[in-house]
Design a protein around this ligand. Sequence first.
Ligand code: SIN
Ligand code: FE
Length: 291
Amino acid sequence: MDVLHTIDVAGWNGPFSADAQAGACDALERGNVLFFPRLEFRLNEHERLLLTPDASDGKSKNVSLKASGELGGTSCTGEQASLMQHMMERFARDAARFLEALIPAYANRLARAPTSYRPVEIAGRTASAIHDDTRMHVDAFPSRPMRGKRILRLFSNIHPANAPRVWHVGEPFEEMARRFLPAAREGSRAQAWMMGALGVTKGTRSSYDWLMLGLHDGAKLDAEYQRRSPQIEIAFPAGSTWICFTDQVMHAALAGQYVLEQTFHLDVDAMVAPDRAPLRVLERLRGHALV
Ligand code: SIN
Ligand code: FE
């Protein structure tokens, strides 16, 4: 399996040749991981103080920064909070600028979703099976209906002592979907409406969202699948960056500490090959529209 598409670039401004742009977009939409071994997000001397698990509030796994500027999940207050906010904002802007240079087809179509900083070591952390991201899954979130929109994520490993972030990447989306789709249910419209009205979900869950949650949970709860499904290990070194559609790429994060992550949402019709979107794959397999 050749899931990594490696691009040896060292700066966040591009520029990229038309060939490099087209190749990156094609690889991404096919479900590969774009890997930039030398693309480092550098912290300044002050920001290095933020490299401690104590930056998290202990309740959330991640420190989060909304596009509105609202900071969450951190124990930092006062000057430290402001340092955190500025560092994460700088990362969010670098990430957006980089993606727009790399894939101009998506420029103006990428919606900035929250930025996250993950200062807690993954290995040894306890979580229920459904919340355990060391198990293979595609991203789907109960409170955040996507209604078909893509989840595109850029990660930078900022570990100060060279520890890699270790992922497993699994089989292609359609193969995984063929296995778990039969047991997934589409949920009722009344229930979806009620959850939206009560604020349990941000907006109304579509059939697509019910099915994606079914795939997410189905895979995480299947111990045999977790053990035996095809997967390769990738160790993303400190000082590297990678990008993938996490709603499509089967992935698990097994070890590592200190990563920054920027999420973007993208409409299916902004893709160069929309037929590769999970929405279109699931609609084909189910035989009807899901949004
Ligand atoms: C995940 O999306 O499952 C976690 C990825 C990571 O934190 O490396
Ligand atoms: Fe995930």
